[in-house]
Design a protein around this ligand. Structure first.
Ligand code: ZN
Length: 164
């Protein structure tokens, strides 16, 4: 397994839209494995392909509590099928934006559908931290970063913390 290098904001690839994956090739399998490896090494709870410079619709996450066995999830061509009307504000960090944790308002729960590496279509309801993580990673596939959710003044403050 390879530790991939994680792109940092303001790399323009992080603001570009990723393309659907048309088939699970050996390359996609290796990418998913390397992304999980890279995410665990960072350490982080989620990583999207554009963050390692691959503009394809794939993200990985692992929401197992600290100290418990890992529960890696590989989401290919994910789609959000439902978003709760109830919203919640939670803290979010991003491996591509080291430094500030931002507070972002999002639907409190979602239903996510995706393909796994075996081509199965799966669907699950996520709430709380899992919903935040899935929406955060999903955003990356559309070139949307945490900074894009902030008001102009909050964004300016966050950007000032990130920029050298
Ligand atoms: Zn992120």
């Amino acid at each position: 397994m390879t530790t991939l290098s994680i792109l940092r904001w303001p790399n323009p690839l992080l603001s570009a839209r990723a393309a659907p994956i048309t088939g699970v090739t050996a390359g996609i399998r290796r990418l998913a494995e390397d992304m999980l490896h890279t995410m665990y090494a960072a350490p982080g709870r989620g990583l999207a392909a554009p963050q390692v410079g691959v503009m394809q619709r794939l993200f990985v996450m692992d929401l197992a509590p600290k100290g418990e066995a890992p529960k890696p999830l590989i989401c290919i061509n994910p789609e959000i099928h439902w978003r709760s009307d109830v919203q919640a504000i939670g803290p979010e960090g991003c491996l591509s934006i080291p430094g500030p944790t931002t507070h972002i308002r999002r639907p409190q729960a979602i239903t996510l559908a995706w393909h796994d590496l075996d081509g199965n279509r799966l669907e699950a309801r996520f709430a709380g931290i899992a919903a935040i993580c899935a929406q955060h990673e999903y955003d990356h596939l559309d070139g949307i970063l945490t900074l894009d959710h902030l008001s102009p003044s909050d964004r300016a403050r966050a950007e000032a913390e990130v920029l050298p």
